[in-house]
Design a protein around this ligand. Structure first.
Ligand SMILES: Cc1cc2nc3c(=O)[nH]c(=O)nc-3n(C[C@H](O)[C@H](O)[C@H](O)COP(=O)(O)OP(=O)(O)OC[C@H]3O[C@@H](n4cnc5c(N)ncnc54)[C@H](O)[C@@H]3O)c2cc1C
Length: 391
C-alpha cells in the first residue's frame, strides 16, 4: 500500500488531520490499534474552545455538534461558601462548546467511512521505519492477521501519550519537560440531567470537585483524589456524599443524582516533548504533550497542532514549500506552553495540596477571590479558557 500521509491513531488528532488533508485533496491512511466500538465509547474530554467548534463546522462535520452540543457563555467557581460566575462571553465575546470527545470521534469516523476512506482498526504490532529517509513505512498486522506495509511521504504521529511514535525519535533529539501532581481525578458519568446550566469548579477544604456535563441527560462529575487511590474504595454512596459536600457549599442547592454509568481515576501530568518533528515523522496532540484536565485544554491543543500541521502539509503538496514543515515545532510550542501554564495554574489554584498548610490555603482562597472578583483577573481566565487567538 502507498499513501501520502500515514496517520497512526484515530483519536481527535488523527481524525481531524485526515479530514483536513482530505479536503485539500491529500490522501491518507489511518492505522488504529483499537476497535471502532472502543474508540467511540471512550469517555474523555468534553469542552471545545470556540475556534475548535468553528473548525469542526469548516470541515463540514459540525451539524450534530450544533444540534446536540451545549453552548456555554460562562462558568462558575465555588469557594469559601459562595459561588461566583465568570462571564466568558461578556469578557471575551466568545463561548465554549460542550460536546463529548467520543461524539466528535463518532462524527469523524462515520464521515470518513461514508467517503470510502481507509481506517485500519484493531491493527496489531504497529511500527514505523525509515522516518529519516524520503519514504517512511508503517508496518502492522491487520485485524484478519495479515501483515501489512504502507509506504508514505510523511507520518502523522497521532497515537496519544502511550503510542509508538514519540519513542521512535532518538532520545538525544528529544527534550522532555514533565511534572506530576500529588492528586488525580475520580470521574463519573451519571445518567441525570446536569444540576446547573454551566460548569462549576469547586475548591473545598476536602479537595477539588467539578460539575460538568455531556448532554441534557448526562452529567460528568469529578473529585480530587490521591493518585494512588483504589477505585474499589469509592462505592457510589461515598462518591455522592463527597460530591454533595464539595459542590454544594453555597446554600440549599443540591446535585441531581442518578445511575453511575462509568467511573475511573485519571492521574494528572504535565508533559511537553520539545521536538515534534523528526525526519518525516510529525507528532500531534497527546503524543507530544499532556496537560492536567483542569483547564480543559487537551483536545483543544491536539486540534491546534493539527491545524498547523495540515496547513504545512498543504503548502508542501500545493507549492513544494516546506517552510511550514520545517517550522512546525517552533510554530506549535508557544501555544502549547501557554496552555501548559494555564492548565498548571488552574490546577494549583483549585486543588488542595496534601503538603500545603494554612498559609497556602489562605493564599489560594485569596487568589480565587481575586480572579472571580476583579474584572482583570476574570478576563485573563476567560481569555485562556475560550481559547487564545492564533497569531
Ligand atoms: C483517560 C483520559 C481522560 C481524559 N479526560 C479529559 C477530560 O476530562 N477533559 C479534557 O479536557 N481532556 C481530557 N483528556 C485529554 C484529551 O482526551 C486528550 O488530550 C485527547 O484525547 C488528545 O487527542 P489525541 O488524538 O492526540 O490522542 P488520543 O485521544 O489518545 O488518541 C490516540 C489514538 O491512538 C491510538 N493508538 C495508541 N497507540 C497506538 C498504536 N501503537 N498504533 C495505532 N494506534 C494507536 C489510540 O487507541 C487512540 O485512539 C483525557 C485523556 C485521557 C487519556
Amino acid at each position: 500500500m502507498r499513501t501520502q500521509v500515514g496517520i497512526i491513531g484515530a483519536g481527535p488528532s488523527g481524525l481531524l488531520l485526515a479530514r483536513m488533508l482530505q479536503l485539500q485533496g491529500i490522501e491518507s491512511i489511518i492505522i488504529e490499534s483499537r476497535s471502532r466500538a472502543y474508540i467511540e465509547a471512550r469517555i474523555r474530554a468534553g469542552v471545545m474552545e470556540h475556534w475548535v467548534a468553528e473548525l469542526t463546522d469548516e470541515v463540514g462535520l459540525g451539524a450534530r455538534m450544533r444540534r446536540e452540543g451545549l453552548v456555554h457563555d460562562g462558568l462558575e467557581i465555588s469557594f469559601a461558601g459562595q459561588r461566583r460566575r465568570i462571564d466568558l462571553k461578556g469578557l471575551t465575546g466568545k463561548s465554549i462548546m460542550v460536546y463529548g470527545q467520543q461524539e466528535f470521534v463518532k462524527d469523524f469516523v462515520a464521515a470518513r467511512l461514508d467517503d470510502g476512506l481507509p481506517i485500519h482498526f484493531e491493527a496489531a504490532g504497529v511500527s514505523i521505519h525509515n522516518i529519516e529517509g524520503d519514504s517512511p513505512r508503517i508496518r502492522f498486522t491487520d485485524k484478519d492477521g495479515a501483515p501489512r506495509e504502507i509506504e508514505c511521504d510523511f507520518i502523522g504521529g497521532c497515537d496519544g501519550f502511550h503510542g509508538i511514535c514519540r519513542p521512535a525519535i532518538p532520545a538525544d533529539k528529544l527534550s522532555i519537560f514533565e511534572k506530576t501532581y500529588p492528586y488525580a481525578w475520580l470521574g463519573v458519568m451519571v445518567e441525570a440531567p446536569p444540576s446547573s446550566d454551566e460548569l462549576i469548579y469547586s475548591s473545598h477544604d476536602n479537595g477539588f470537585a467539578l460539575h460538568s456535563m455531556r448532554s441534557p441527560e448526562l452529567t460528568r462529575l469529578y473529585l480530587q483524589v490521591s493518585p494512588d487511590e483504589d477505585l474499589e474504595n469509592w462505592r457510589d454512596e461515598r462518591i455522592w456524599a463527597e460530591l454533595q459536600t464539595r459542590l454544594t457549599q453555597d446554600g440549599d442547592w443540591r446535585l441531581n443524582e442518578g445511575p453511575v454509568l462509568q467511573k475511573g481515576i485519571t492521574p494528572m501530568r504535565s508533559f511537553v516533548c520539545e521536538t515534534m518533528r523528526h525526519g518525516r515523522l510529525f507528532l500531534a496532540g497527546d503524543s507530544a504533550h499532556i496537560v492536567p484536565p483542569t483547564g480543559a485544554k487537551g483536545m483543544n491543543l491536539a486540534a491546534a497542532d493539527v491545524k498547523v500541521l495540515a496547513g504545512a502539509l498543504t503548502d508542501f503538496y500545493k507549492s513544494g514549500d516546506s517552510a511550514g514543515l520545517d517550522g512546525y515545532t517552533a510554530q506549535c510550542l508557544p501555544r502549547i506552553w501557554k496552555a501548559e501554564r494555564f492548565s498548571w495554574w488552574m490546577t494549583q489554584m483549585l486543588h488542595l495540596s496534601p503538603d500545603g498548610d494554612g498559609f497556602d490555603r489562605r493564599v489560594q482562597l485569596a487568589e480565587i477571590d481575586y480572579i472571580t472578583g476583579s474584572e482583570a483577573g476574570a478576563r485573563s481566565l476567560a481569555e485562556n479558557y475560550v481559547g487564545l487567538p492564533f497569531d
